[in-house]
Design a protein around this ligand. Structure first.
Ligand SMILES: Cc1cc2nc3c(=O)[nH]c(=O)nc-3n(C[C@H](O)[C@H](O)[C@H](O)COP(=O)(O)OP(=O)(O)OC[C@H]3O[C@@H](n4cnc5c(N)ncnc54)[C@H](O)[C@@H]3O)c2cc1C
Length: 406
């Protein structure tokens, strides 16, 4: 029997996980991963909060709910088996008033529905048994929420791909993936070169570029990626120990993103962030420059203006933290007043590949589409890194087998 050829586009944690899963399930297969940068994991995978989300937020029955829970198990095992750091530091989601408390109770129910282990409601002073300096009327405690370095995990997966006989083509931006009439798939690089191997299957995991690659490859144009940056600040060392793990606000349905929170990092540093604001470029992490093509694309997308008009209050809230470090700190210290005089340093931003529908709604769940033998990840926001190994299982064992309704 002839060897089956698989192409995977994108060397972030999702593409790497898919390539690894293919090599595990089909040991004799020929798996080639294409990455446009000179190294893997240069985009969202190395610019995130590093949280292994336990599954507190996701609607029952959604892909996020299912793949996040399975992803936690797989990430934990992967870290143990590969001697990578995994710190189960726990998380509290804190309500500051009765309105938030009512929303928090709904979140507790979602966590129970998703079978998140050992979640518990805490009231008033009970919060201090977990986070001694945190105030609030109630909190949802998830002791198994953890932190990791997704960059380290991704780089270890890249090594594993090579060990298992796969190939990683760096500096190889893909322009298009095309189904041919003979059933084979052709990969054309942005240089114009047609890759010499004809593939049987391809999976695109292009993150911030996923809509463009999908469109160039003949898939549907929408949803479109609209980039939202998230700024972080790192607390100066003397303030780090006032918080033990992760402290989050209760999500407000009026706002599309979670809100500024305290996140412990796997290197022991404590961060606050990320906020969420429209980014002037899809892949610009210092916030200084802009990319005309990226801006033009969302400006001419009617969905963007529908989103913008509906989210003026959210934009106002977020812009306060974009333009003032003091406001940013104030958002966080509502939960830990002992840190109101803390000093911080800016850290690198992250940029979310957030898919947006033509009607201006943000796509909430993961979106994975199949077009013949080509599969596209069209939306994989948080908890996309937590879920990555489970997303890979789902794509290889269900989507590519025609068992999933996509
Ligand atoms: C601010 C922020 C905080 C987050 N926090 C968390 C968190 O705490 N926990 C969590 O689970 N998730 C979190 N996420 C989400 C998580 O980071 C993403 O879901 C995950 O990293 C997506 O991985 P990916 O491989 O799909 O995309 P990426 O990591 O962006 O990788 C895509 C890759 O494709 C490559 N590529 C793109 N186009 C092409 C092309 N044409 N040819 C070849 N290669 C191409 C890119 O160079 C890149 O390497 C966060 C995201 C952000 C932005």
């Amino acid at each position: 029997m002839s060897t089956v050829n698989y192409a995977v586009i994108g060397g972030g944690i999702n593409g790497l996980s898919v390539a690894r899963q293919l090599l595990i399930d089909y040991p004799g297969a020929n798996v080639t991963l294409f990455e446009k940068e000179s190294e893997v994991a240069q985009h969202q995978t190395s610019h995130n909060s590093g949280v292994v989300h336990a599954g507190l937020y996701y609607a029952k029955g959604s892909l996020k709910a299912r793949l996040c829970r399975r992803g936690v198990e797989l990430v934990r095992n992967y870290c143990t088996d590969n001697n990578l750091p995994y710190d189960q530091c726990g998380k509290v989601v804190v309500a500051l008033n009765e309105v938030e408390e009512a929303r928090l109770k709904k979140l507790y129910q979602i966590a129970l529905d998703n079978e998140v282990p050992n979640v518990k409601m805490l009231y008033g002073e009970e919060i201090k048994t977990v986070e001694p300096n945190c105030i609030g009327v109630a909190a949802l405690h998830s002791p198994e929420t953890a932190i990791v370095s997704y960059e380290k995990i991704a780089k270890r997966i890249a090594e594993e791909i090579i060990e298992r006989g796969g190939k990683i083509e760096l500096n190889s931006p893909v322009q298009s993936i095309k189904n041919n009439s003979d059933g084979k798939i052709t990969i054309t690089l942005q240089s114009g070169k047609v890759y010499p191997t004809q593939f049987d299957y391809a999976v695109s995991c292009a993150g911030l570029q996923s809509d463009r690659l999908a469109k160039n490859s003949g898939d549907v144009e929408t949803p479109k990626i609209v980039p939202f940056f998230g700024q972080y600040f790192v607390l100066d060392d003397q303030f780090t120990h006032d918080v033990k793990g992760l402290i989050y606000p209760v999500p407000d349905p009026k706002y599309p993103f979670l809100g500024v929170h305290f996140t412990k990092r796997i290197d022991g540093k404590m961060t606050i962030g990320p906020n969420a604001f429209l980014s002037k470029a899809r892949e610009n992490y210092d916030g200084k420059g802009f990319n005309f093509k990226d801006i033009k694309e969302f400006i001419f997308y009617p969905g963007f203006w529908r989103f913008a008009f509906r989210n003026i209050p959210a934009a106002m809230r977020e812009s306060k933290t974009v333009f003032s470090q003091k406001n940013f700190i104030n958002e966080a210290t509502k939960y830990v007043p002992s840190l109101s005089n803390m000093t911080v340093k800016p850290a690198t931003r992250g940029i979310r590949a957030q898919a947006m529908n033509p009607d201006g709604t943000l796509v909430d769940d993961f979106v994975i589409r199949r077009d013949g033998n080509i599969t596209h990840i069209r939306n994989a926001p948080s908890p996309g890194a937590t879920s990555s190994l489970a997303i890979a299982e789902y794509i290889v064992r269900e989507v590519m087998q025609g068992k999933a309704d996509v």
